[in-house]
Ligand binder design. Structure first.
Ligand code: BES
Ligand code: MN
Ligand code: ZN
Length: 464
């Protein structure tokens, strides 16, 4: 989809002209005001649509009226959703060119317009004989500089969605390593013998049950005189069967998405390489599969993480935190100012927040606050969960420094407290995207499947 910036949208010869209408108010189009509002009593409630022919009275073949709802309740999130809905409607009608005449919006919509249009344009139909209809050209009056930047961000987001939607038979740890190497940044891939030399006993234990070898991926974007140094870590379980604590079939169905954190980090690094911010950025992924087999790790096993701390395996399905433990230790040694990890970590986070918000916690109030505000700005939702030490009480082990799981209650926070054991003297935030990474049914501007959670926020946070 091309987004074409134009001055006068109504002159464009296109399949569909989208006209917005605020509830109970007139639009800038005489035809719409007369036929749609006066004669047909269209109300313009949020997300309502009305289609009419123009019978050669306008350069556009049809007009799609999209309700924006009450003017005083309108905001950038609604704009993004309404634009997405218009694009989807237009695509279903096999329109190839769509112009947007947006009137009466009292904020700069360039960024959210771009996100809405390109999130809606996304499909994952490579394995389907019948392909999704697509709008090819969009015309809008907007700020070109903002649109161009937003395109880089949303393209990276859709790149992450592709990686997540692709099946685990394709997306193996080696595949993620190959993707990292295809990006325009420095990459170092560690193979099993090197991972062992680094002392990553927790991560290696998770990996040992699979025929797919683990790959530890370290990407680095550098620049002269960076204003700060950040490491982002993505959970990269390319398939989570649960291991010996095998998941029930219904819970396993979507577990190709357990590398959504890794996909986010890859997407962010791709965008960063294009945006060239004055920040040093490290992207770290401890990629592996969590499988059941004769060599799989077992409940009761005692593992030693890179920092020397020992962990008794209480549940092999709490594998993400074991891989992240070693990745956090690694990131700690990079001398960065901040570490942010992003992971489909706990079903408990999904129980708490549903698919509406990602959970966030951390050891630095300002970092957490900044990430929450950045998320809000780009149209994601982060919600802070507590990281009180007491959540760690149930992680006490009789045989090792800690267990990897404990009580079911407060599971998202307990996972956070577990991770905190591997963070030393650095600002750190942990983002749990278990509920937001993958939708089982369409939600707002998203189709079912991967949502590219975290990409917009982290790119914005790093590159502004
Ligand atoms: N990958 C899962 C978490 C998950 C669940 C992500 C649902 C997306 C949707 C994680 O590895 C896991 O299995 N967590 C366990 C932890 C438990 C054993 C303490 C869980 O949440 O059930
Ligand atoms: Mn698991
Ligand atoms: Zn998992």
């Amino acid at each position: 989809m091309n987004i074409n910036i134009v001055q006068n949208v109504s002159d464009i010869n296109c399949d569909i002209l989208v006209v917005n209408m605020f509830e109970g108010e007139k639009t800038n189009s005489e035809i719409v005001n007369h036929y749609v509002i006066e004669k047909d009593n269209f109300e313009g409630k949020f997300s309502q649509t009305y289609l009419l022919q123009t019978y050669d009275k306008l350069p556009a073949r049809k007009i799609l009226v999209i309700g924006f709802g009450k003017k005083d309740e309108f905001n950038p999130d609604k704009l993004r959703e309404a634009v997405a809905k218009s694009i989807k409607k237009a695509a279903q009608m096999k329109a190839k060119s769509v112009a947007f005449s947006l009137e009466g919006v009292n904020f700069d919509y360039s960024e959210q317009f771009t996100y809405g249009a390109k999130i809606a344009d996304y499909s994952f139909d490579k394995y389907k004989s019948e392909k999704t209809d697509k709008v090819e050209d969009v015309y809008v009056a907007a700020n070109k500089e903002i649109v161009d930047k937003a395109i880089i961000v949303v393209d990276s987001m859709n790149f992450a969605r592709d990686l997540i939607n692709e099946s685990a038979q394709i997306v193996t740890p080696q595949y993620l390593a190959d993707v990292a190497e295809s990006l325009d940044i420095d990459v170092r891939i560690y193979e099993p013998d090197e991972i062992e030399k680094m002392g990553m006993g927790a991560y290696l234990a998770v990996a040992q049950g699979s025929k797919q070898q683990p790959r530890f991926i370290h990407m680095r974007y550098s620049c002269d005189n960076p204003v700060k140094k950040i490491a982002i870590i993505g959970k990269g379980i390319t398939f989570d069967s649960g291991g010996m604590d095998l998941k029930p079939a219904s819970s396993m169905l979507t577990m190709k998405d357990d590398m959504s954190g890794a996909a986010c980090v890859l997407g962010v690094m791709k965008a960063i390489a294009a945006l060239n911010p004055n920040v040093e950025v490290h992207g770290v992924i401890a990629a592996c599969e969590n499988m059941i087999s004769g060599c799989a790790y077992k409940p009761g096993d005692i593992l030693t993480a890179k920092n020397g701390k020992t962990i008794e395996v209480d549940n092999t399905d709490a594998e993400g935190r074991l891989t992240l433990a070693d990745a956090l230790c690694y990131a700690n040694e990079l001398g960065v100012d901040e570490i942010i990890d992003i992971a489909t970590l706990t079903g408990a986070c999904m129980v708490a927040l549903g698919t509406q918000a990602s959970g966030i916690m951390g050891n630095d109030e300002e970092l957490v606050r900044n990430l929450i505000n950045t998320a809000k700005h780009v149209g994601e939702r982060f919600w802070e969960l507590p990281l009180w030490d007491e959540y760690g009480d149930s992680l006490k082990s009789s045989f090792a420094d800690m267990k990897n799981t404990g009580s079911r209650w407060g599971g998202a926070s307990a996972a956070g407290v577990f991770l905190k054991n591997f963070v030393k003297d650095v600002k750190w935030a942990h983002i749990d995207i278990a509920g937001t990474a993958y939708f089982e049914k369409p939600q707002k501007e998203f189709i079912e499947g991967a949502a590219g959670a975290g990409v917009r926020t982290l790119v914005k946070y790093i590159a502004g």
